[in-house]
Design a protein around this ligand. Sequence first.
Ligand code: ADP
Length: 447
Amino acid sequence: MPWLLPRIVAALLAMLAGTAIGAWVGGWFDARTLGMALGGATGVSLATTLDALRARRLLDWLRGAQAAHAPAAGGFWGELAYRVERAMRTRETSIEHERGRLQQFLQAIEASPNGVLLLDADDQIEWCNAVAADHFGLDPARDRGQRVTHLVRTPAFVAHLQQGQFEHPVIVPGPLGRQTLSVLVRRYGDGMKLVLSQDVTERERSDAMRRDFVANVSHEMRTPLTVLAGFVETMATLPLTEVERQRVLKLMEQQTTRMQTLLTDLLTLAQLEGSPRPPADQWVSVDALMAQVRADGEALSAGRHLLVFHVPPGGEIAGSATELLSAVGNLVTNAVRYTPDGGRIDVHWRVRADGAGEIDVVDNGVGIDREHIPRLTERFYRVDGSRSRDTGGTGLGLSIVKHVVQRHGGELDIESERGKGSRFRIVVPAARVRVRHEAAAVADAPR
Ligand code: ADP
């Protein structure tokens, strides 16, 4: 206790000084002893008052916000103030540090692509990040402290929380019905729960598409195979005349062609999905493309339709010749297949003022009801299944067209009216379109 000795010495000195003064003053009134006692008491009170004043200043500082430094003083009070202030500043620094770390931690969770929701033992919301707020339709500030099942009422979610079996994630619809969420719950601390949510809408959709696709392909293959198996059995068991044999063989050939077409279309789709985008610097002549499409269309129509091509010369599209031929070819083939005999099919190529290219295939055939139009490019989607199959369709043509167009950065636009006809338009972006002016000039020159 190094501070105690100086204080005792100071008190003694004050007492001695007070006694000496008291003795001197008391000598005048001949009451030396009383004077000494009063003098000693005054000395000690002065020393104590000084101490009390310093203590008071320190107390006032402690009661305040401690924004300024502790009151300066020497000796005991100085050291006390210094040590109290140092302890406080050290604690403040460490709280600040911890707060910073917590903030960083929360920011990291905030940046997570998954939703994070913290619940207390009563399933009340402690905290959630913005992704969880979006997934569950919550407001991170307003809904804090609310019971989550009062706000997220999706039955599958509520049942999962109540059952308390959290080994596996559950798939639940998002509260607004536009998302599918995978929700995983983990317990931590004292009955608290960590709820992790992930948007699996795309994954679920592509899983469903894959399942549908496999089911469709199996169905498409099984039908011709069943027919073929029937014919094989007929030929093996029944004695057929030559005419009957020829007829059966013809029908068998039709079925094998149907399977071959289906496989070719499936392979085309697989190639389109698996290969890099078509080059942007390989120029395909629209004249040559249209000449080929025209030859194929006329062969298929066999004179049953009027095919008119409006193709100003010199046009070029950057991309893959095979893919473009397959896309435009599919549209013209469809126009022939879905236009009754005697109908008319017009194919236009034009370069718009903004530099984009347009290929229109217009027919005056059976047309399509409005409600089918958005689904036409889905795989195996058919408006009229029997007409499609009877004319050799696979239900994959327009999905091939859409893929090709998208791979060239373009768009497919469909307009149609039942009984009146259809217009399929491929728009190719300006960056992939150019016109060779020499070719155009030669074509325009007077002959
Ligand atoms: P499909 O092999 O069945 O023709 P597509 O994918 O090419 O398959 O076309 C999908 C459906 O769109 C067709 O089944 C048909 O009902 C409709 N369709 C396509 N082109 C036309 C058209 N030019 N006129 C009327 N309907 C069409």
